[in-house]
Design a protein around this ligand. Structure first.
Ligand code: 5GP
Length: 182
């Protein structure tokens, strides 16, 4: 696919992502063999990752969705996490795996973990595709990590800027002038 004109640099290619998703799936296939977890996808950014990942899973599982917001059209976390849409399924006594696109400050996943643990799951693990390790404001243990990336705002493969660019098959960095546009 040709590079989108708003993208300055491709950080991770389609092929690199594909290989990594395969590696994560292999770890999950080992760890969740003979279990039937609920996979909780955090809307909307993790949806593309989720769709590729579950097609490589060899154990039974169900998927559910939760939506939280901490950014509201900005490129920096507001620090306030709000639950926008809750799960449909009960997770009491279930193995739960949260699938998220990216962990940055850690505030979103820390909030989600606290929230879901009050519902008494049997286990709760976290899987993220991208980790901006150096940006952490709150410690959060991530069980499965795809790539550790620098502190740059990325889009593509589900990640957006003002709801755009989720369709890009690669992960890229936007040109600075895109942020200046109204
Ligand atoms: P945290 O609470 O860890 O700071 O941020 C987690 C959420 O912030 C992610 O689910 C994602 O929606 C958003 N986010 C963090 N970094 C980026 C980024 O580089 N690009 C995009 N599009 N979203 C990001």
């Amino acid at each position: 696919m040709k590079k989108h004109p708003d993208i300055e640099e491709i950080l991770l290619t389609e092929n690199q992502i594909k290989r990594k998703v395969g590696e994560i799936a292999r770890q999950l296939n080992r760890d969740y063999k003979n279990k039937k977890p609920i996979i909780v996808s955090v809307l909307k950014g993790s949806v593309v990752f989720l769709c590729d990942l579950i097609r490589k899973l060899e154990f039974d599982h169900i998927i559910d969705f939760i939506s939280v917001s901490s950014y509201a059209n900005a490129t920096e976390s507001s620090g306030v996490v709000r639950l926008l849409m809750d799960l449909r399924e009960s997770i009491v006594g279930r193995d739960v795996l949260i699938v998220e696109d990216i962990v940055d400050t850690g505030l979103t996943l820390a909030y989600l973990k606290r929230n879901l643990l009050t519902r008494k799951p049997k286990s709760l693990k976290i899987c993220v595709l991208l980790d901006k390790k150096e940006c952490r404001k709150q410690f959060i243990k991530v069980d499965y990590v795809g790539f550790t990336i620098p502190n740059k705002f990325c889009v593509g493969y589900g990640l957006d800027y003002r709801q755009l660019y989720r369709n890009l098959p690669y992960i890229g960095i936007l040109k600075p002038q895109v942020y200046r546009r109204k």
